[in-house]
Design a protein around this ligand. Structure first.
Ligand code: NAI
Length: 356
């Protein structure tokens, strides 16, 4: 398929290819949909194997952001920037240049952090544009915390669905990845009495948690198979695949990682094994809700909005039961319905009412 054919098939509005000779910046900026409001999306920086991989990643992630907005009730759409990392990149200059590119879009795209982008990068970006998360401003400073809180609301919705109650003192959670989100989830759940097993490929991350909390260290490869209630993928995407789908020994899969399922068929595989999956496109929307609400409404305290993630996860689990279908497909269908209604009738995306 040509680029334009891809865009037509996937209903993309705009894709910019960015090349800055001075900083060495090479990037794709993909805007999937702005029917409901500005496109929200993070900036990912990664050493891609090829330009095609980077392009595909930008498109896939931007489209997922549109669905995330629809399901979270955010009056916005999906976008994404991916930067092709390389040795000669002048990082500060690259992010500043990217800021100017975003500024020229006049607010159609609003940038946040994503894999690889640090607070310093965001500060550089904000020297070029007003349309981005600025880590030193109120409401912009704990996006990973908002994601973690949203994931915990989602886990609790799964537990309520299975057990009718949430009693963390009887639950065992296996966390893959103790980064910005994973460590916050781990600390909160241990504080609430849960048993936590955790892994990370970076030993320092495990040591950091061990300084303040008691948990069980697990080798990265063993995290899939330990018997537990909740498996929480909080590292990279694609972790449920041909091998791991059959090894999982959990009742629930609920974590922050994007694109947890390597392919659709792996969602079917765990569904057939009776494992409940809280779709990534719903459960990890905390940072989007926090960042977008600050930008669109100027409110910094969005705890009730983040809590609606639990309500949305619960609704999808019920619908999946009714249809006998895997949750990721139910979520996707619901998101597409909302996007179509928005496009055809201008019907805004509404958040679920806050949990009582
Ligand atoms: P991070 O980069 O701070 O942490 C990721 C952690 O996973 C690192 O400690 C890394 O060493 C570890 N890791 C990588 N591969 C691993 C493996 N095979 N086994 C065990 N550990 C491994 O990232 P962050 O911000 O915590 O995000 C985690 C995931 O959640 C990512 O997939 C991200 O895209 C997603 N996400 C994050 C949001 C946020 O607010 N930070 C929002 C929505 C999604």
């Amino acid at each position: 398929m040509t680029i334009l054919e891809h865009m037509i098939t996937e209903e993309f509005e705009e894709i910019l290819c960015v090349n800055d000779r001075r900083s060495g910046l090479r990037a794709f900026l993909a805007i999937h949909d702005t029917c409901a409001g500005p496109a929200f999306g993070g900036v990912r920086i990664w050493s891609y194997r090829s330009e095609q991989d980077a392009f595909r990643d930008a498109m896939r992630l931007a489209r997922a952001m549109t669905y995330k907005c629809a399901l979270a009730g955010i009056r916005g759409g999906g976008g994404k920037i991916v930067i092709l990392d390389h040795e000669d990149l002048d990082r500060e200059a690259a992010y500043r240049h990217l800021g100017r590119v975003i500024e020229n879009l006049g607010g159609r795209y609003y940038a946040g952090p994503d894999v690889g982008t640090t607070d310093d990068d965001l500060r550089a970006l904000s020297r070029g544009t007003q349309y981005c998360v600025q880590p030193d401003r109120p409401g912009h400073d704990d996006l990973a915390g908002a994601t973690a809180r949203g994931v915990i609301h989602g886990m609790e919705a799964c537990l309520r669905h299975l057990d009718d109650e949430v009693d963390w003192s009887t639950q065992h959670v296996a966390i893959q990845g103790l980064g910005e989100v994973g460590i916050r989830i781990a600390k909160t759940l241990i504080d609430r009495g849960a048993r936590v097993s955790a892994t990370d490929i970076d030993e320092d991350r495990l040591d950091r948690l061990a300084e303040t909390h008691v948990f069980e260290r697990v080798e990265p490869d063993r995290i899939y198979s330990i018997p537990c209630d909740v498996f929480a993928p909080c590292a990279m995407g694609g972790v449920i695949h041909d091998v791991t789908a059959s090894r999982l020994n959990a009742r629930i899969v609920a974590g922050s990682a994007n694109n947890v399922l390597a392919k659709d068929e792996h969602g079917w595989a765990i569904h057939q094994r009776g494992i409940i999956y809280a779709p990534d496109v719903v459960i990890n929307a905390g940072a989007l809700i926090q960042g977008a609400t600050v930008h669109l409404e100027g409110t910094t305290d969005n705890e009730l909005r983040v809590a609606t993630i639990g309500k949305e996860v619960g609704a999808i689990l019920l619908e999946a039961d009714r249809e006998g279908a895997p949750t990721h497909l139910v979520a996707l269908e619901e998101a597409r319905r909302r996007v179509d209604r928005q496009r055809e009738h201008g019907e805004p995306f509404f958040p679920a009412s806050p949990e009582s």
